[in-house]
Design a protein. Structure first.
Length: 458
C-alpha cells in the first residue's frame, strides 16, 4: 500500500468506502472515485475536495488516475463485475483491492479494535470510538455510520495507535483484518446468498476469532453460540446487558426519560451512568463499548462523561420530528432481529401510543431467507406500511416480493404501498408514533415525511 500516491474508489459513496477515501485524502494523497448516485455523503466528499464521478464511462476517469504504477483501485462488492471502469482497470493491470483488504493493511500497521456481529456493530463501534476519542487514550476510527457527535464516519488522532473498525461479515470481509481486540455482538444468520447455511455463517465468525493477535482480547456477548478459535495468550471476556458475565449492567432504571445503570467490570463498578441516547437496546451496546474502553485504560470518570455525551448515529433511532401530537423516528434496522429489538425499544419509550412502521425490505435474498421472521418482528407494530424491496446489488428473484412478508404479518392494519404513494397515504392516517425502517433508499423519503408532518401536526 505504501507505494501508491493515488487512490481511486469504485463505490466511493458507500459508508465504509467514504471513510477510507477521507482517510487517504487527509493523509495528503490524491483521491477520487465513482458512484452511481449523488447523495448527501458524496456531496460532503466533494465539498472536502474529493472528486466524485457519477458517469461510469471510462473517459470520465481523471487523467492523473490512469497510471497503474502509482494508483490503487479500491472496490466494494456492490460494483458489478462488468462495470466499464472496473474492466478498464483490470485490462490495464492496475492493482485492485477490496475495501476490506485496505482496512486489513491498516490493522496490521496499528492496534485494530474490530467490532463484529450481525447487528449492533455500528452502534457499538461508534460508542467505542467516542469513548476512546474523548479520553486521554484517543483513537482513530473507520465507522459504519455518521457519528452525530462529529458529523463524520472518520476519526483521526496523531497521538494514538488504536484504530476502531467495524468488522463486516458480508462476503467474509472481516477475514482480512488483524485485530488487537475484538467484540462479537451477535451471530444471527444473515447473507445466506454468500454463506448458504447458518453453520457456515457461524464458522466464519469462529475463523474471525482466530485472527486476533497473540496477547489480544476477545469480548463476546454472553450466550453466543460459537466456539472461539483463539491464538495463544488471547483473553476471552463475556458481556451482557443485565445477565452477568465479565461486564454487565445492574440497576437499570429510567428517570425522567433518561436511562441510568451501573457498569460492572471484573474488579470495579461505575455507579449511576447516564445513557446519552436513552434507548434500552443501547445499554447492551454501551456495555460492550465501555468494556473495550476500560481495557484500554479509559478512566471511570471519562467513561461516565463519554456515555452521557454520546449523541447517537445518523439513522440509528433518530428522532426526526417531535410535537405534542406526533413523534417521527428513523432507524436503519433491516434484519428481523434488529427490527424486533428496535420496535421493542420504541414500545418501551412510548408504551401508551400507537406505533406505525414503514418498512422497506433490503435485498431479494434476505427477504426470501427471512420472510417469516420479518413478519413476526413487524407484527409487534400497531400498524404496518410495507414498501417494495430495495434491490441494491441484486437482480429480482421470481416469486420474491414484499407480499411474501405481508401475508404472514399478524396485524389488522397492514398495507402494501409504493414510494410514490406513501405521502398521500400518510395524510389519511391518524399518526402518533411513526417510524421508518430499512437500509435502502428510504432515507430519501425522511425529509419529505418530516415536512408533511410539520404542516399536518404542528
Amino acid at each position: 500500500m505504501n507505494k501508491f500516491t493515488k487512490y481511486y474508489f469504485l463505490g466511493i459513496g458507500g459508508i465504509g468506502m467514504s471513510a477510507l477515501a477521507r482517510y487517504f485524502h487527509t493523509k495528503g494523497f490524491q483521491v477520487a472515485g465513482y458512484d452511481r448516485t449523488d447523495t448527501k455523503l458524496t456531496s460532503s466528499l466533494s465539498a472536502e475536495g474529493i472528486k466524485v464521478i457519477f458517469n461510469e464511462d471510462v473517459n470520465e476517469i481523471p487523467f492523473v488516475f490512469t497510471k497503474p504504477e502509482n494508483t490503487l483501485v479500491v472496490i466494494t462488492p456492490a460494483i458489478p463485475k462488468d462495470h466499464p471502469q472496473l474492466k478498464y482497470f483490470r485490462e490495464n493491470n492496475f492493482v485492485i483491492q477490496k475495501r476490506a483488504q485496505v482496512l486489513g493493511d491498516i490493522t496490521r500497521q496499528s492496534k485494530g479494535i474490530c467490532i463484529a456481529g450481525t447487528h449492533g456493530k455500528t452502534t457499538t463501534s461508534t460508542i467505542t470510538a467516542h469513548l476512546l476519542y474523548q479520553s486521554q487514550v484517543s483513537c482513530n476510527a473507520f465507522l459504519g455510520g455518521i457519528a452525530n457527535n462529529y458529523n463524520t464516519n472518520l476519526l483521526l488522532s496523531a497521538e494514538s495507535n488504536l484504530v476502531v473498525i467495524e468488522a463486516d461479515e458480508y462476503d467474509r470481509s472481516f477475514h482480512q483484518l488483524s485485530p488487537y481486540m475484538a467484540v462479537i455482538t451477535s451471530v444471527d444468520p444473515d447473507h445466506l446468498d454468500i454463506y448458504k447455511t447458518a453453520k457456515a455463517f457461524h464458522e466464519s465468525f469462529e475463523y474471525f476469532t482466530s485472527l486476533i493477535r497473540p496477547g489480544g482480547v476477545l469480548i463476546m456477548r454472553k450466550g453466543i453460540d460459537i466456539v472461539p478459535q483463539l491464538q495463544k495468550g488471547v483473553k476471552l471476556y463475556t458481556y451482557s446487558m443485565d445477565d452477568g458475565g465479565d461486564f454487565y449492567a445492574e440497576n437499570i432504571k429510567t428517570v425522567n426519560g433518561e436511562i441510568h445503570f451501573d457498569f460492572v467490570t471484573p474488579n470495579d463498578r461505575i455507579s449511576d451512568v447516564r445513557l446519552g441516547v436513552p434507548v434500552r437496546i443501547n445499554v447492551e451496546n454501551s456495555i460492550a463499548a465501555m468494556s473495550l474502553a476500560w481495557l484500554n485504560g479509559v478512566s471511570p470518570e471519562e467513561l461516565r462523561t463519554g456515555i452521557s455525551s454520546f449523541s447517537g448515529i445518523y439513522r440509528r433511532f433518530n428522532i426526526v420530528y417531535k410535537s405534542d401530537k406526533v413523534v417521527f423516528m428513523d432507524d436503519y434496522a433491516h434484519h428481523p432481529s434488529e427490527l424486533k429489538a428496535s420496535i421493542s425499544s420504541i414500545r418501551n419509550l412510548y408504551p401508551e401510543r400507537k406505533i406505525t412502521g414503514i418498512f422497506q425490505p433490503h435485498l431479494y435474498t434476505r427477504t426470501r431467507d427471512f420472510a417469516p421472521a420479518f413478519a413476526e418482528a413487524l407484527s409487534l407494530l400497531d400498524e404496518l406500511i410495507l414498501l417494495d424491496i430495495y434491490p441494491a446489488r441484486e437482480l429480482p428473484i421470481k416469486g420474491v416480493d414484499s407480499e411474501l412478508i405481508l401475508r404472514d404479518v399478524k396485524l389488522k392494519n397492514k398495507t402494501l404501498c409504493s414510494k410514490e404513494n406513501l405521502l398521500p397515504l400518510l395524510k389519511e392516517k391518524q399518526l402518533e408514533v411513526l417510524v421508518t425502517f430499512g437500509a435502502g433508499d428510504i432515507d430519501k423519503l425522511v425529509p419529505l415525511i418530516k415536512d408533511q408532518l410539520k404542516k399536518d401536526y404542528n
